[in-house]
Design a protein around this ligand. Structure first.
Ligand code: CAO
Length: 418
């Protein structure tokens, strides 16, 4: 039995943030019913297509293990079907623009009237406040949540990161909120609202940068490269390039082949506990006793010189050779792995983190499987649904409409053009 078996999700999500959340719940065993606009569906079905007329990878990789029903929720018959879905499901998840559900006639009060046990979970760009009515996409959230102002190099502009901390990050936060609300409902019998705002989610992931903001008020941030270079700090947490965000200084260093391979780099951490070993492998044994280098505090104003020296060594090795030499010595480091290398990595296939899925229209493709492993509830990745693939099945088996009633619903245009 899957961990969330018996939980039914009314999945009103689209694009990335909401679908990330419901896909996780589906992997944990929830029955996830994706409600989509007839003829159109989730906009991502048609975005960034690599094969004409076939659901895009954008869509397929975010909507595994779900069922799809098409329903025009602005049509009167469609509304009555939606009402029945609300009464039947445990959780409604949505990430429409602010106000869209109210305009549809399914605001929180109405949902509670229909089903007091319902948990209504939303992703919005912002929480209550001056920007609550704004539409938001990934990079906007990265910018408004503190990620962009603290990412990039000191002498460059704010930079967004490839990790989708705004969308997928907020989807993760929302999933935790939903499971927590389900647990609460076990004890109280009542549903509740769950809100994950993208700005809040990104700021939560940038917690250490707010830490540094407050440290900055007491003096310079000595572990930032900027300190060693003598560049004065402004009044806000600066961009720190590839400096480690923690107390153990780290940098990205060139490895053999960097001139032609954009990923021939390694992340190297000069952890205090292994400093003596680092001195030995880079050919600087004299730094072990030198008072200017022996203690972490003494090294802070020389980090640039130290990392340049270590790079002199890493440039003579491939990133994997660096890893092979350093790992047995407990020196923390990690090769910069490209998407190609990750896609081909056998160990990730073995754990189900990278999975090959077969799709009736596109054939085989790779996806990222469930990154959270439950020993009693392993996730099996199944393909995303075609638009409206399960409409009839959901109307009859889940909602209990008779065949004649399904015909009437179809004739009303609620499922698309009759
Ligand atoms: N039947 C009938 N109408 C439907 C429907 C259905 N099954 N499903 C959706 N609709 C309607 C909505 O009711 C809404 O109509 P109104 O504007 O008339 O009320 C309309 O479709 C469009 O919804 P939307 O405003 O959410 O979509 P958009 O493309 O304009 O905006 C986005 C997209 C992502 C910017 C917006 O949804 C948003 O800000 N969401 C919250 C934040 C978020 O999740 N952002 C991350 C997205 S991933 O990068």
């Amino acid at each position: 039995m899957k961990a969330l078996e018996g939980v039914r999700i009314l999945d009103f999500t689209h694009v990335q943030s909401g679908p990330t959340c419901t896909q996780l719940l589906a992997w944990f065993g929830a029955d996830c019913i994706k409600v989509e606009r007839p003829g159109v569906g989730d906009a991502t079905r048609g975005q960034l297509r690599d094969i004409p007329d076939v659901d895009s990878l954008y869509f397929t990789m975010l909507n595994h293990n779900k069922r799809s029903i098409t329903l025009n929720t602005k049509n009167e018959t469609g509304k009555s079907v939606l009402e029945r879905l609300v009464k039947t499901c445990d959780v409604l998840v949505e990430n429409f623009a602010p106000g869209a559900l109210d305009r549809m006639g399914f605001g929180w009060e109405r949902i509670q009237e229909l089903n007091p046990r319902m948990i209504m979970a939303s992703v919005k760009g912002f929480g209550p406040g001056p920007y609550e009515d704004c539409k938001v996409y990934e990079n906007v959230a990265q910018c408004t949540g503190g990620a962009a102002s603290t990412t990039g190099f000191l002498d460059g502009p704010p930079t967004v990161t490839g990790a989708q901390v705004g969308d997928s990050g907020t989807g993760l936060h929302l999933a935790l909120g939903i499971v927590t609300a389900l647990y609460h409902r076990e004890k109280t019998g009542r549903g509740q609202r769950v809100l994950a705002a993208m700005q809040d989610g990104v700021l939560n992931l940038c917690r250490v940068k707010l830490r540094d903001q407050q440290r900055l008020e007491r003096g310079p941030l000595t572990e930032y490269s900027q300190y060693g270079l003598g560049v004065p700090f402004s009044d806000a947490t600066p961009r720190a390039g590839n400096d480690s965000g923690g107390g153990q200084p780290g940098w990205i260093l060139k490895c053999k082949g960097w001139e032609t391979d954009p990923n021939a780099y390694v992340y190297f951490i000069t952890q205090a506990a292994v400093w003596q070993r680092i001195c030995d492998i880079i050919g600087k044994p004299e730094w072990k006793e030198d008072p200017g280098y022996a203690k972490p505090e003494a090294r802070l104003d020389k980090l640039n010189h130290i990392f340049e020296t270590i790079e002199g060594w890493t440039r003579t090795k491939t990133k994997f050779e660096v890893m092979d030499i350093c790992n047995p010595m407990d020196i923390p480091c990690g090769p910069i792995l490209s998407m190609k290398e990750l896609a081909e990595e056998p160990s990730l296939r073995e754990t189900g983190t990278v999975v090959e899925v077969d799709h009736p229209a596109r054939g085989k493709y790779l996806t990222v499987g469930c990154p959270i492993k439950l020993s009693e509830s392993p996730a099996e990745v199944t393909r995303s649904p075609l638009l409206g693939e399960h409409t009839t099945e959901i109307l009859s088996e889940v909602l209990g409409y008779s065949a004649a009633e399904v015909d009437d619903i179809r004739a009303s245009g609620a499922l698309g053009k009759p």
